[in-house]
Design a protein around this ligand. Structure first.
Ligand code: ADP
Length: 590
């Protein structure tokens, strides 16, 4: 069926082509066949009818011999000649009648003087022939009826005594017999042109009409023996056979009846043609289906390809062209699949790189922010360090003047301590921005870590700082004091987060280019909400007394100053926080 877009499915196109080809082939063939059948039917019927007069002649010849014998039999009948000679006419007639009846014929008797005793009038010529000893068989027209007449000389010792024989009418019985022999209708016309007998069906052609047409010679010849007579009931083929002296026998066949088989043949041919078409279309459907199937498979595969399904294989076909198409399609599919896989890999790599770029960018931004914060903090520290030292010196002078156990002395001590702390803080901040000298030296992080562990436990025995370090000595390009300060800050925070009872771990591991120091505690871990701000200056979650928010800022600043960096994360087991310091391996380290 044509689709709405005007395109036709392959199977329908193939069937349409097949149907068109068959129609083009079948219609002229059918028309030619029809003409040929019509022609053959006409010719056969005409030839058949043309042989009818010969059949009549043959039949008459055979009949003549029989009639001649009948005549001789009557002429030789016992006592017939004697009865004629003796003038016993009645007896003679009875004898002749009895003998002729044996042949279902009527008697013919002619006296010695040539006069008729019984039977039709005998032509003089025939009588002469009998007189000469002949046994003629002839046709006569007697009393409006044609008859066959057979004569033989009467068998008498005294010479010519007359003739005897038989006669029979050429009537409807003969017409029926002839009709059966010639397989045609027979119409017998008398010598006077009258209708004698006919086997014609009165419903088809009226015998008188035919007789009139034949007698008037209204016919067109269609062959040597046959001509066509057209009456009101349609055309009729006739073969006319004159019977000497008796009239004419007309053999006829109705053209319509002879060609009556034609519509049936046409119908059969049409049905056969349609059946052939249906059968061919059925077979065509199967063949077209097997032709269209691989093409449909190819179309489905290309549709899947268009939808992005590159894994679906293209079906193979036994049809060479389709198979070649399928193979080129398949190689196109596999190369596309390979290209897409390559693209996917490249895309993945790109995404990975982009992700790393993002985190690198974020890290750069963070470091930049920290660096500028550190610079600002250092400038601030530089500005306040001297005034703080001056205030502290002044306070020392004031303190010395105070009585030993006065309340003022203790306040002065407290103030001096706070000022010391501020001074120390300022020093730390300044350290961050102090230019690195060419000789910064290096240290073993394991030694520094153990030192920090010992110092942390010194004031409080409940504190446990476990150091796990590789046996090989590692060195980092950093003064030991700087690393000590980093670790102190981290251990202090760990103790504050987890409590003094919980152990703190310092784990040191050496890599190809770096040394990693993890300081892990068993506290609450890193709150994700503050993770991004941990290393910011003055960021603290502690109260004003315990925290100023510079410990991690300073530690990170020191790590970065000596080529390293820091990060923080929570760990699940055991739960807690891990602060990681990554430092470069010193070039001199072994
Ligand atoms: P301070 O200790 O003065 O608050 P820090 O810079 O050392 O300043 O620490 C900043 C903040 O980081 C702390 O206030 C705390 O909230 C968080 N922090 C630091 N160390 C830990 C830790 N080990 N576990 C959980 N949170 C921590």
């Amino acid at each position: 069926m044509p689709s709405s877009s005007g395109r036709v499915p392959l199977i329908a196109a193939l069937l349409l082509a097949l149907a068109a080809a068959l129609t083009v082939a079948l219609v002229p063939a059918g028309l030619a066949l029809d003409r040929r059948v019509d022609d053959v039917l006409r010719r056969t019927a005409i030839e058949d009818l043309g042989r009818a007069p010969m059949i009549l002649d043959d039949r008459n010849a055979a009949r003549a011999e029989a009639l001649s014998m009948h005549a001789q039999s009557v002429a030789g009948a016992d006592g017939l000649a004697e009865a004629i000679v003796a003038g016993r006419t009645e007896e003679a007639i009875a004898t002749a009648t009895a003998t002729a009846a044996m042949y279902d014929e009527e008697p013919v008797l002619v006296g010695p003087d040539g006069s008729r005793i019984v039977g039709p009038e005998v032509p003089a010529g025939a009588l002469d022939e009998v007189r000469r000893g002949g046994t003629p068989v002839l046709y006569v027209f007697d009393d409006g009826m044609p008859r066959t007449l057979a004569l033989a000389p009467l068998d008498a010792e005294s010479g010519w005594m007359g003739a005897a024989g038989t006669s029979s009418p050429m009537d409807a019985t003969l017409a029926t017999t002839l009709a059966a022999l010639a397989r045609a209708d027979v119409t017998m016309i008398g010598a006077d042109g009258s209708l004698i007998a006919s086997t014609l069906d009165p419903d088809s052609v009226s015998a008188p009409e035919l007789v009139t047409a034949v007698v008037e010679g209204r016919s067109n010849p269609v062959s040597e023996q046959v001509s066509e007579v057209v009456t009101d009931r349609g055309p009729t083929w006739v073969a006319v056979s004159p019977v000497a002296g008796a009239g004419t026998v007309v053999f006829s066949r109705s053209v319509d009846e002879e060609l009556a088989a034609l519509p049936g043949v046409r119908r059969s041919a049409l049905i056969a043609g349609l059946l052939t078409l249906v059968l061919a279309l059925g077979v065509g459907l199967v063949v077209a289906g097997s032709l269209a199937r691989p093409v449909r498979g190819l179309a489905a595969a290309s549709a899947r390809l268009a939808e992005g399904d590159f894994a679906a294989p293209v079906p193979v076909s036994t049809i060479d062209e389709v198979d070649r198409l399928g193979r080129s399609f398949e190689s196109m599919r596999t190369s596309l699949q390979a290209r897409i896989a390559e693209l996917a890999d490249a895309n993945e790599a790109l995404e990975d790189r982009q992700e790393r770029l993002h985190s690198l960018q974020a890290e750069l931004i963070r470091q930049d922010r920290l660096a500028s914060s550190a610079r600002m903090a250092a400038e601030l520290a530089h500005e306040i360090r001297n005034p703080v030292a001056n205030v502290r010196n002044c306070l020392e002078v004031v303190r010395r003047g105070l009585p030993a156990d006065s309340e003022g002395l203790s306040f002065a001590d407290m103030a001096i301590d706070e000022l010391l702390r501020m001074h120390e803080l300022a020093e730390q901040l300044l350290d961050l921005n102090r230019p690195v000298s060419a000789e910064i030296g290096d240290c073993d992080p394991a030694d520094v870590a153990r030192n920090v562990a010992t110092l942390a436990a010194m004031g409080d025995e409940t504190v446990a700082v476990d150091v796990h370090a590789p046996t090989d000595s590692l060195r980092v390009p950093m003064p030991p004091d700087a690393l000590k300060q980093i670790l102190f800050n981290l251990v202090d925070n760990a103790r504050e987060a987890a409590g003094d009872e919980e152990p703190v771990e310092i784990r040191i591991e050496g890599g190809d280019q770096t040394v990693t120091l993890d300081v892990a505690d068993r506290g609450p871990g890193i709150d994700p909400a503050i993770a991004a701000r941990l290393f910011d200056p003055f960021f603290t979650t502690k109260d004003a007394v315990t925290g100023v928010g510079l410990g991690l800022f300073v530690a990170e600043g020191l790590a970065r100053r000596y080529g390293g960096h820091m990060s923080a994360a929570s760990r699940p087991d055991p739960p807690g926080a891990v602060f990681r310091v990554v430092l470069p391996l010193a070039r001199t380290s072994t």
